[in-house]
Design a protein around this ligand. Structure first.
Ligand SMILES: [Zn+2]
Ligand SMILES: [Zn+2]
Length: 67
């Protein structure tokens, strides 16, 4: 059974019942909280790639990098 997303050996089933490997298990868009003001963050994109930006931007410049 291979992962329906990346084709690697699947170890779990995701919510839709499709085989998935553990690397996607928690990769659903669950927004982290801003390290500065603790509000849920929003996925943003810059020329450097995607990152979590604070929804209070520009009042708050908190960012969380996506690995
Ligand atoms: Zn996968
Ligand atoms: Zn913030």
């Amino acid at each position: 059974m291979n992962c329906s997303v990346c084709g690697k050996p699947a170890t779990i089933y995701n919510k839709s019942g499709l085989p998935s490997c553990s690397s996607h298990a928690k990769k659903t868009t669950e927004a982290p909280l801003c390290p500065k003001c603790k509000v849920p963050m929003k996925l943003r994109e810059s020329k450097y790639g995607k990152f979590w930006g604070c929804t209070a931007f520009p009042m708050c410049d908190g960012v969380v990098k996506i690995r």
